[in-house]
Design a protein around this ligand. Structure first.
Ligand SMILES: [Zn+2]
Length: 242
């Protein structure tokens, strides 16, 4: 069985841990980082640094148009402020304004398209037996610490996996499913930190902050969850020491 992984890499703690996880599990890994017209593109620099540190080839795709379509979000429009200083309970109460309309659906579909193209080339150009191929998109989605996002839930990925099988040539002509692997979806942030550290993931290169700035703001939901995760895991955040 040859295992092919297309890992969505945002430069953050979660996707970096997932990339290291896929490598450790013996997948041949390619990374995809999508610029989606977000207000702050600092994370793309982190994704490049993380991929280089892991030795993973990274494709940086420019999908800047997406932010213009998915404009009702604090991450794509200046008309909405990034929430600051919120308690964890308040974060999980409603779907937050940092939700970007159907972003994960778009991301996973784009990654699946790249993965399907990779697999079709292997089958149709290299003559690889389809039954020997195992292909999956890896995502750093997490449903535990921050349950406000509908597109971070396990049932969403189960449904999307079915869509990808039905809608792809790889699935319908060759019987090869495009799996979606979300290895940290049920971990707490502290467990993700511990897992990343155990894997030797380059967490010092990651960027999680929703705000733009030379250093993380420390007060957005993402910064607060990250800080709480490192504190609970008993690990100093190596990105802050730089
Ligand atoms: Zn922040």
């Amino acid at each position: 069985m040859s295992k092919h992984a297309l890992v969505l890499m945002s430069g953050g703690l979660d996707s970096t841990t997932v990339a290291a996880h896929a490598l450790r599990e013996g997948w041949e890994v390619r990374g995809l980082c999508i610029g989606y017209g977000q207000r702050h593109a600092r994370e793309i620099d982190s994704a490049k640094a993380v991929a280089a540190a892991l030795g993973v080839p990274l494709h940086v795709a420019d999908a800047a148009f997406y932010g213009g379509l998915a404009a009702h979000s604090a991450l794509t429009s200046e008309a909405h402020a990034v929430p600051s200083g919120r308690a964890p309970e308040a974060m999980a109460e409603t779907i937050p304004v940092t939700y970007v309309p159907l972003r994960n659906t778009f991301f996973v579909t784009a990654a699946a398209a790249a993965l399907e193209s990779w697999m079709l080339a292997r089958i149709e150009e290299e003559g690889i037996e389809p039954a020997s191929l195992h292909a999956a998109v890896f995502v750093g989605a997490n449903a535990i610490d921050y349950s406000g996002y509908p597109d971070c839930r396990p049932e969403f990925y189960e449904a999307l996996e079915r869509v990808l099988r039905l809608g792809s040539k790889l699935g319908s002509a060759y019987g090869v499913g495009i799996g979606i692997e979300a290895p940290i979806i049920r971990m707490s942030k502290a467990e993700i930190v511990a897992h990343g550290v155990a894997l030797g993931a380059p967490l010092h290169l990651t960027w999680s902050c929703y705000a733009g700035g030379a250093v993380p703001c420390g007060t957005c939901d993402s910064c607060l969850l990250r800080a709480a995760g490192f504190a609970e895991a008993g690990v100093a955040d190596p990105a802050l020491a730089r």
